[in-house]
Design a protein around this ligand. Structure first.
Ligand SMILES: C[S@@+](CC[C@H](N)C(=O)[O-])C[C@H]1O[C@@H](n2cnc3c(N)ncnc32)[C@H](O)[C@@H]1O
Length: 403
């Protein structure tokens, strides 16, 4: 029996025009990747004019948890982002609905959109997405099952999964089959396509053919742990997702050279997954702390990118006792930091400053902060040099250098 097609009497919300001024702030390496500090609703249409349409959009918005998320780094805590909405779930959908519509507009015809949520809002958002992209554009509901998250449900089953809704912009969307190793090989009947039907394969004598199979097609339930602070991937940013999850999505739904966008990029997990696998990428986040983490993550991954700010949104000013000491040794400018750099800084860079745009040529982030006081810079003989110091929560301070 043919299943009846449900008809939804609902239209996506009209989006008012949100003009936005995108100003480059930093250019790292070849500047190809795009990282933007700003509200994604304002940014996304403008982004299309500089980056083109997206082949893959992954969105991991706030989940409507009713919580504020803090970020602890460098011994201090700050607010990363809020997930409380006036009007409860309706207020949340008022925020998310126009953003889903705006993102769908920048998807290429071969593109896919993945929206990552949990039980709080996923069923409402499924209905929204059916209205925006079409019920027939739904591809899969991926269940990310994690087994290592503490759940205090005393009168309910422990909640142990997130849901990722996958929609395609058109019938020719990019799909690369995903396969996983089996724990033990299995003996299986060999199957072949005959006249469009899958049938058992037989040898010349008419006997069934068996084969040993060591892998399997990955289905729509993915078992993967939640990222833990002990992991080498951990950035400290709340709700950071597992890199394997994002690498799987990137490999499955895009090809090399494709543009991958993440309009709620947080710590930059999608951006790093895209970079590692040869895709171009664009990430947006309205939280300076998130963009600070993404910046250092992408710089450490060796990615070239341009950092923009939308409508002049600023990073908070870094209040620090750290001093930059400059010495000229022959052709080289040698830079030292004096003061509590290890405690107060997440990293720093030195580069050329022109028209308000910093091009870092030397930088240091992360655990090896001893390098901050000992390294010499390869910058030589150039004018308008500047050092930028980065705090742990997105703060920055720019120090022009006299050489
Ligand atoms: C669940 S987190 C994303 C985590 C990310 N997937 C990761 O692996 O780190 C959601 C992010 O959305 C950002 N956000 C919320 N509203 C936004 C908006 N209107 N525009 C841009 N970013 C927004 C928050 O600052 C937060 O970093």
């Amino acid at each position: 029996m043919k299943r009846e097609h449900p008809v939804l009497k609902w239209s996506p919300p009209e989006i008012p025009p949100h003009p936005c001024r995108l100003e480059p702030v930093e250019v790292w390496g070849d500047g190809r990747g795009i990282l933007i500090l700003g509200d994604n609703l304002k940014v996304v249409r403008e982004l299309k004019s500089i980056a083109g349409s997206a082949d893959l959009i992954y969105m991991d918005p706030p989940f409507a948890t009713g919580r504020n998320f803090g970020f602890r780094s460098g011994g201090n805590a700050s607010k990363a982002y809020g997930d409380r909405w006036d009007g409860g779930i309706s207020g949340y959908l008022d925020m998310l609905g126009p953003r889903l519509t705006a993102m769908a507009e920048v998807l290429r015809p071969n593109g896919s959109m993945f929206v990552h949520l949990d039980w709080h809002a996923v069923h409402y958002v499924k209905v929204f997405l059916d209205g925006i992209l079409g019920y027939e554009s739904f591809v899969n509901e991926i269940i990310w099952h994690y087994y290592n998250k503490f759940s205090r449900g005393r009168r309910a089953l422990p909640r142990a999964h997130d849901t990722i809704l996958w929609y395609a912009a058109g019938p020719n969307y990019t799909f690369n089959e995903v396969r996983a190793e089996r724990e033990k090989p299995v003996r299986q009947l060999k199957r072949v396509m005959v006249d469009g039907k899958l049938v058992n394969a037989r040898n010349d004598e008419g006997n069934l053919i068996y084969q040993e199979v060591t892998d399997r097609k990955v289905d729509d339930v993915w078992t993967l742990p939640q990222l833990q602070p002990a992991s080498s991937q951990w950035t400290g940013y709340p709700t950071q997702k597992h890199q394997v999850l994002l690498e799987t999505i990137v490999l499955m739904a895009s090809n090399e050279g494709h543009l991958v966008m993440d309009p709620f990029c947080g710590s930059g997990t999608t951006l790093e997954a895209a970079h590692i696998h040869g895709r171009t990428w664009a990430g947006i986040d309205s939280s300076p702390a998130a963009i600070g983490v993404s910046r250092s993550r992408m710089a450490r991954a060796g990615a070239g990118f341009t950092l923009y700010s939308c409508d002049g949104q600023k990073f908070p000013k870094l209040d620090t006792a750290v001093q930059v000491i400059v010495k000229t040794e022959g052709e080289n400018v040698v830079l030292h930091l004096e003061g509590p750099a290890e405690k107060e800084l997440a990293g720093w860079c030195a580069g050329t400053l022109s028209d308000g745009i910093l091009k870092p040529v030397w930088w240091s982030f992360g655990a090896k902060r001893s390098a901050l006081s000992t390294s010499s810079s390869p910058i030589s003989g150039s004018d308008r040099l500047a050092v930028r110091l980065y705090g742990h929560h997105g703060e920055t301070r720019t120090v022009p250098l006299e050489t």
